[in-house]
Design a protein around this ligand. Sequence first.
Ligand SMILES: [Zn+2]
Length: 124
Amino acid sequence: MHEMGIALQVIDIATAAIPPEMRGCRVERVNLRIGKLSAVVVDSLNFCLEIATRDTPLAEAVFSIEEIPVVAQCRECGHEWQVARAVFKCPECGSGNLEMISGRELDVVSIDIEEQFGSQAQNQ
Ligand SMILES: [Zn+2]
């Protein structure tokens, strides 16, 4: 399943983002940004994350997923627009010579880690 691969990737990135001094803490929230071009079904991804995070520091985490629209730019006339349908043609000049500016993202934007050591771990 496509989403399972992405879930594992997200877990890798988010786990690597835990600062060494906070290893062993629970991650409470992971903020993700996913481009619509990556064709992720958010419900499936959530399901895979739930399974794949078992026995990891992310087991209790809430995954907040923001979907990023697909933005294309025409290489001929420079026109830039949000792609709503799978027709990849510039609406201005009809060219098929396009560049995908956004929509392929898979970003772990930030993670929130449970405070286990009072306030000392903050703002360092
Ligand atoms: Zn164009």
